[in-house]
Design a protein around this ligand. Structure first.
Ligand code: DGI
Ligand code: FE
Ligand code: FE
Ligand code: FE
Length: 187
């Protein structure tokens, strides 16, 4: 599918405001790919698709998780985690995306995972720091991202984990594994 058609397909899934975030992630991921030696075409595509299912109804996502063999333990954790896995399933199903690296970057963009690929890291970090993001600590993440991909990403996961702790929420195990893994790599 050509780029214009993909963009139109993504726009149809979400309100305009959410698409502005997606466009910010696309630009940021492209810059990060150039800075850190990632594949700019894959970064573009994974970033465009990363929130494909973000605005889908909760019951639709739940049904897909149950019926399409996605990890059932997702249902025991925050609903905010679901769109990443459902999105990876959906872009294969609906848009014919078969590139496993791109699908993984979509699938793990929220939680992270152990042994994140460079593409996983680029998309996840771009999602944290794209220009329209505003949360405590985002400036620090942008600064770190100038020179150190892994340190910036740890700062991102740390901010999410702190936020979840403050709200008394559960933490999906992959997020802890992702963070530990990156901390060990930095040392
Ligand atoms: O989809 P976006 O809003 O662009 O960003 P995202 O997919 O990174 O984040 C979705 C939200 O998921 C984020 O605000 C925090 C929330 N969340 C809930 N439980 C967890 C979690 N995020 C992570 N990484 N780990 C969790 O266990
Ligand atoms: Fe997301
Ligand atoms: Fe994220
Ligand atoms: Fe996002």
């Amino acid at each position: 599918m050509d780029r214009e058609l993909l963009i139109e397909a993504v726009k149809r899934q979400m309100p305009e405001k959410r698409y502005r975030h997606v466009a910010g992630v696309v630009d940021t991921a492209f810059v990060l790919a150039q800075r850190y030696g990632g594949d700019p075409d894959k970064a573009w595509l994974a970033a465009l698709l990363h929130d494909y299912a973000k605005a889908w109804q909760t019951d639709r996502m739940e049904r897909i998780i149950r019926e399409q063999g996605l990890p059932p333990e997702l249902l025991e954790y925050d609903k905010e985690l679901w769109h990443a896995h459902v999105g990876a399933w959906a872009v294969r199903e609906e848009l014919g995306v078969e590139d496993e690296e791109v699908l993984d970057a979509v699938r793990y963009h929220t939680s992270g995972r152990e042994n994140m690929t460079l593409l996983d890291r680029i998309v996840c970090l771009a999602d944290y720091m794209e220009p329209s993001r505003a949360f405590p600590g985002v400036e620090r993440i942008r600064e770190l991202a100038e020179t150190n991909l892994n340190e910036a990403l740890v700062a991102g996961f740390d901010s999410t984990i702190v936020h979840l702790l403050e709200k008394g929420k559960t933490i999906f195990p992959l997020t802890v594994l992702a963070r530990n893994d990156l901390v060990r790599e930095i040392r």
